[in-house]
Design a protein. Structure first.
Length: 214
């Protein structure tokens, strides 16, 4: 994944009121920290940052130009989104240095189709991987093309970039190819569930509880 250039500005105002003013002016409050450096309080351009995340994912390596100073590499650590209005409230950024490794969650892309009559179950959407900060893949591919019923792919089976280390448990199940249930078995299961339902005594005419209330 290549570096994405972004301009940031230092900020000296804090608190909810200042945050609202920043957001109204099209900026997101952010903080940059890591490697023993003092935290830097910044603002990021809302539209540009949202575009970077949308097009490159949260693992995009940012090359920040802070107030015209030397560019600083950073990785998005946390994005806080308003739970109801769905706008970005705050961003935490982690200082990066060339050549270092970071642990990130990388999306899994399942490709291909298993054999006819199968049902594919996805258990994991991402894998946690330690990888060179400047060579984070956008996704990891898992092919199930032509896979037979009974096929299972564990985290340890997924191919990683050279030099990357798996952090997720290698035995964790990623995807399983099972036999698709027949219409008859689904109908039988529904009948069994229906037979196991207990009628609510309060809705039964002439129930003991009803007699007591009378």
């Amino acid at each position: 994944m290549s570096e994405v250039r972004l301009t940031a500005e230092p900020r000296t105002e804090f608190g909810k009121g200042a945050a609202r003013r920043f957001r109204r002016s099209g900026k997101i409050p952010a903080v940059l920290y890591g490697h023993g450096t003092d935290p830097k309080h910044l603002t990021l351009p809302t539209i540009e940052f949202a575009r970077v995340i949308r097009e490159n994912g949260r693992n995009a390596v940012l090359s920040l130009n802070v107030d015209g100073s030397r560019r600083q590499l950073a990785l998005t650590k946390t994005i806080t989104v308003h739970p109801l209005k769905n706008y970005i409230q705050h961003v935490d950024l982690l200082v990066l240095k060339r050549g270092e490794k970071v642990t990130v969650d990388i999306p899994l892309h399942i490709t291909g189709e298993a054999i006819s009559g199968s049902l594919v179950n996805h258990d994991l959407d991402t894998l946690s991987v330690e990888v060179d900060a400047l060579h984070i893949p956008e996704y990891l591919e898992v092919s199930i093309d032509g896979a037979d019923i009974g096929t299972q792919v564990n985290a340890g089976d997924v191919e990683l970039p050279e030099g990357a280390n798996l952090v997720t448990d290698p035995e964790a199940l990623v995807v399983a190819v099972n036999e698709a249930p027949s219409a008859e078995s689904m109908e039988a299961e529904a009948d069994t569930e229906g037979a196991g339902m207990v009628e609510d005594p309060s809705e039964t005419e002439g129930s003991a509880s009803g007699d007591e209330q009378d």
